[in-house]
Design a protein around this ligand. Sequence first.
Ligand code: FES
Length: 103
Amino acid sequence: MIERVYAGKADDWAEGEQRAVTVGEDSVVVIRYEGQFYALKNLCTHQAVPLLGGEVADGKIACEKHGGKFELSTGKARALPAVKPVKLYQVTLEGGSVLVGVL
Ligand code: FES
């Protein structure tokens, strides 16, 4: 079983900030959006480009390559050319720490 990975103190995260952490063998993009934390596999399902750094708006992150969008809360593809969902990870807050693990 994969341990949860520490992604910093919640208080140190700015609104809209993104960071990549490694969970098992996967890169995961962690995003603070409207005060909540979300974690998605850091790989667009269209052509395997990292999602880190993509614009976040309206509850979705956009892939910088072709503009595919993924819903932060579900991982579902919400804009073409992305059609397959991206894997979600679990984010928990414990003692002010942000921890990321497998759902
Ligand atoms: S690689 Fe992400 S939309 Fe094409």
